[in-house]
Design a protein around this ligand. Sequence first.
Ligand SMILES: Nc1ncnc2c1ncn2[C@@H]1O[C@H](COP(=O)(O)OP(=O)(O)OP(=O)(O)O)[C@@H](O)[C@H]1O
Ligand SMILES: N[C@@H](CCO)C(=O)O
Length: 325
Amino acid sequence: MAVFTPVTLDDLTQWIPPFSLGKALAIRGISSGIENSNFFIDTERGEYVLTVFENLSFEQLPFYLELMRHLAQRGVLVPEPIANQQGRIINPLHGKPAAIVTKLEGDCQLAPAAVHCAEVGAMLAKMHLAAQDFTIRQPNLRGLSWWRETTPVVLPYLPQDGQQLLRSEMAFQESFAASQAYGELPSGPVHADLFRNNVMFDGERLTGFFDFYFAGCDTWLFDLAVTVNDWCIDPASGELDAARTRAMLDAYHAVRPFSAAEQGAWQAMLRAGALRFWLSRLYDFYLPRAAEMLTPHDPAHFERILRQRVAHPAPALYSSLKALY
Ligand SMILES: Nc1ncnc2c1ncn2[C@@H]1O[C@H](COP(=O)(O)OP(=O)(O)OP(=O)(O)O)[C@@H](O)[C@H]1O
Ligand SMILES: N[C@@H](CCO)C(=O)O
């Protein structure tokens, strides 16, 4: 369950007039989120999603919501924030920032086939290109600096072999991030958390990416690595599934061709994508927030993925190199 700030139909009726959506007809809490209070709302103009932000402030939110507006206006399938008559998309509700966004049709695809992975790859490339001229800058707040801060905090909880893996991977990632090859990678605003539960499908048709609240500026390849590490794996072993991986990479490449520098960095980036979520899951597991209501995600899943990515060469990013692997 996760409605931390209750909003009644009466509250909504009083709050909604500046949005030009007509009258509020119904409101239902959404139980699955763990960060914010989310509601489906019915209005005279249709169905929308209302989010009351529990942790992000008025100052932090424009990056995420303006990015969504920017992407939606360029044909990337994401929830579009609705502005009120003053043009504001972030407005206080019960003293917290809140926003209304369009509702995506369909459901999450938790057992994706190659066709779903291709849809995600193509839309991800489209998103990277469309975000290039977005002017608000924010680093990926779960990037290398955060890994540096978090590593010493979680290390004492790990057994010897886990400590060894974390230390050696951090050393590897530090030198990768400092390399000239890394500096040549294209970057910009990225989603950075594009897991299966953050994408909607209507059958085989992708209807949108959502939950942009880990977005920030990072390399495009990092975003792709995070996405491949969730969509294209055998969940039990963490091994990459060849057909789904190929489908996602080919579809991405068809929209935004990879560079040779990206091919050289691909294995290191798959490792970085695994390390990022191993660390955050370790942190949430051993240092849960006081208000945490749900069972934390299993850190061992990403430890397995990291070991896999260290041990096995990455598949070629683009097909002309397929023969090498
Ligand atoms: N724009 C949208 N259209 C349709 N459904 C949505 C939309 N936004 C959110 N939802 C639904 O609400 C649920 C919770 O949203 P979301 O994942 O963004 O929550 P959250 O509180 O940020 O949590 P978490 O960090 O756990 O993902 C989603 O799983 C989805 O079912
Ligand atoms: N996608 C993250 C949760 C935060 O959105 C994970 O699976 O660890």
